[in-house]
Write a protein that binds this ligand. Structure first.
Ligand code: HEM
Length: 407
C-alpha cells in the first residue's frame, strides 16, 4: 500500500523500527516532496541543498520554548533542571545573545587549544587500543568509543579523569532532551541527569576560580570581551554544552564509523592499504551514518525553500540524515565509499551554529581509525556486524554496544 508523507514521517519519528532504520523512509519522503507540511503543522526539509540553505537562513531561529511546548508550558520551565538553562546556552540562543556567547567561548576554544590536544589524544587512543590487544575482544562502545571523547573533552575542560565515569549516565540521560516525543518519565530522567551535572560543574567552576589551571574552563572563566564576561550560570551551561556536545556525538561518530567499516570489509581493506584516505573516510562516515540526524528551527519570517514558502512562526525539522543520502548531491548515495569527496557534510550543522568542536571531533576520529586499522589487521565483530542494532533515537544516532575482536 502506498503511504503518504505523513504516514511515512509518523513511522520514522514514532516507531522504534523507524528510529533504528530511517534511511529507506527518508528516501520515500524525499521522493514524495522536498518540503512537507505535516498534518500537525510541522515542516520537514529533506534535500541536501534545501537543508543547507535553510540552516543558513537568518530567519531560521532557535526557539527552545516552542520545541518543548508539546511537553512543557513556558511557565513550568524553572521546575525542570534539564530545561531552565537552555535559553542561556549558545546552542539554543539567537543573535545577539548567541553572537556574544560564541565570541567569549571562541577566546578559549581556539584552534591552538585543539591542536595542543593531539599528543594527549594519540596517547589515549594507544592506551585504549592496548586493552583491545590484551583482551582480544572488547565492547567497543563501552571500552573505546565512550571513554576516548569523554577523556579528550574532559581533559581539555579540566575535569579530573577520576570523575568521568560518574558523569556518563547523568550526561547521557540529560542529552535525551534532544529527542522528539519525550514522555513525562523521560523528562524526569533528563532532569535528574541535568541536576547532577549542574551541581558537578558548579563546584568545578568554583574550584577553578580559586585555582586556575592550563585548561579550557580556566580560560573560559578568564575570557573577556571588554568588560563583558561569562556569568556563573553561563559558565555552568557552557561546561554542560561543551562536555555534552563533545562526547555523545563523537562517541557515535566512532561507533557508526566503525560499524560502517565492519559492514563493508572491502572499504576497511582499502583504508588499510591507503591510510592517506583516513580524513576522507571520516567525512564519509559522517555522511553515511551521521551521529546527528536532524536540526530544529523556528522561522521568524517567511522562508522560501525549493519553491515552497514556509510561513513565519513555523517549526521546521531539517533532516540532515536524509540530505546526506540525496542522490542529486551524492551519486549512488546508499553506497559507503571511503574515497568519496562529493560535498561537505551537514553533520556539524551549517550557518552560525556550526559546531565549535568539529576540528576536535575530526582529530579524535582520524587518530582513532588510523591507529586501530594500523595495529589490528584482523578487526571484526564476533556475531556479525549486521546483528548490531541502533538505539531507537534519531537526533543523536548510535548503537548501545558493538563487540570488537582482533583475531
Ligand atoms: C562527531 C562529533 C560532533 C558532531 C556530529 C557535532 C554536531 C554538532 C551540531 C549539529 C551542532 C549544531 C546544532 C544545531 O545547529 O542545532 C553542534 C554545535 C556545537 N558543538 Fe558539536 N558536534 C560534535 C562534536 C563536538 C565537540 C567535540 C565539541 C566540543 C568539545 C562540540 C561543541 C559544540 C558546540 C559548543 C556547539 C554550539 C555551537 C553554537 O551553537 O554556536 N561538538 N555540534
Amino acid at each position: 500500500m502506498e503511504m503518504d508523507a505523513d504516514e511515512l514521517l509518523a513511522q520514522l519519528f514514532l516507531t522504534p523500527e523507524g528510529l533504528r532504520e530511517p534511511y529507506a523512509l527518508y528516501e520515500r519522503v524525499r521522493d514524495l516532496t522536498p518540503v512537507h507540511r505535516t498534518a500537525l503543522g510541522h515542516w520537514v526539509v529533506t534535500g541536501y541543498d534545501d537543508v543547507n540553505t535553510f540552516l543558513r537562513s537568518q530567519h531560521a531561529l532557535k526557539d527552545p520554548y516552542r520545541v518543548f511546548a508539546p511537553w512543557v508550558g513556558k511557565d513550568e520551565w524553572q521546575e525542570h533542571a534539564a530545561l531552565r538553562r537552555l535559553p542561556n546556552i549558545m546552542l539554543w540562543a539567537n543573535p545577539p545573545d548567541h553572537t556574544r556567547l560564541r565570541k567569549l567561548a571562541g577566546f578559549a576554544f581556539t584552534n591552538r587549544a585543539v591542536q595542543a590536544m593531539r599528543p594527549q589524544i594519540t596517547a589515549m587512543v594507544e592506551g585504549l587500543a592496548d586493552k583491545l590487544e590484551r583482551d582480544g575482544v572488547i565492547d567497543y562502545m563501552k571500552d573505546f568509543a565512550f571513554p576516548l571523547p569523554a577523556m579528550a573533552t574532559g581533559r581539555m575542560l579540566g575535569i579530573p579523569d577520576a570523575d568521568l565515569p560518574s558523569l556518563q549516565e547523568p550526561m547521557r540521560a540529560f542529552q535525551d532532551i534532544y529527542e522528539l516525543g519525550l514522555t513525562p518519565d523521560d523528562l524526569a530522567a533528563c532532569d535528574k541527569g541535568a541536576q547532577f551535572t549542574d551541581d558537578y560543574f558548579s563546584e568545578l567552576v568554583e574550584e577553578r576560580r580559586k585555582n586556575p589551571g592550563d585548561d579550557l574552563l580556566s580560560a573560559l572563566i578568564a575570557a573577556k570581551d571588554g568588560a563583558d564576561q561569562l556569568s556563573q550560570g553561563e559558565l555552568i551551561g557552557m561546561c554542560n554544552l561543551l562536555f555534552g556536545a563533545g562526547f555523545e556525538t563523537t562517541t557515535n561518530l566512532l561507533g557508526n564509523g566503525m560499524l560502517a567499516l565492519l559492514r563493508h570489509p572491502e572499504q576497511m581493506d582499502r583504508l588499510r592499504a591507503q591510510p592517506e584516505l583516513i580524513p576522507n573516510a571520516v567525512e564519509e562516515m559522517l555522511r553515511y551514518d551521521s551521529p546527528t540526524q536532524l536540526g530544529n528551527r523556528v522561522t521568524d519570517s517567511p522562508v522560501e525553500i525549493a519553491g515552497t514558502v514556509i510561513p513565519e512562526g513555523s517549526s521546521v525539522v531539517a533532516l540532515v540524515g536524509a540530505a546526506h543520502r540525496d542522490p542529486r548531491r551524492f551519486p549512488d548515495p546508499d553506497r559507503f565509499d571511503v574515497g568519496r569527496g562529493d560535498a561537505p557534510v551537514l553533520s556539524f550543522s551549517s550557518g552560525i551554529h556550526y559546531c565549535l568542536g568539529a576540528s576536535l571531533a575530526r582529530m579524535e576520529a582520524q587518530i582513532a581509525f588510523s591507529t586501530l586499522l594500523r595495529r589490528f589487521p584482523g578487526l571484526h565483530c564476533p556475531g556479525g556486524a549486521d546483528a548490531v542494532v541502533f538505539r531507537p533515537r534519531l537526533t543523536l544516532r548510535g548503537v548501545e554496544s558493538l563487540p570488537l575482536a582482533t583475531g
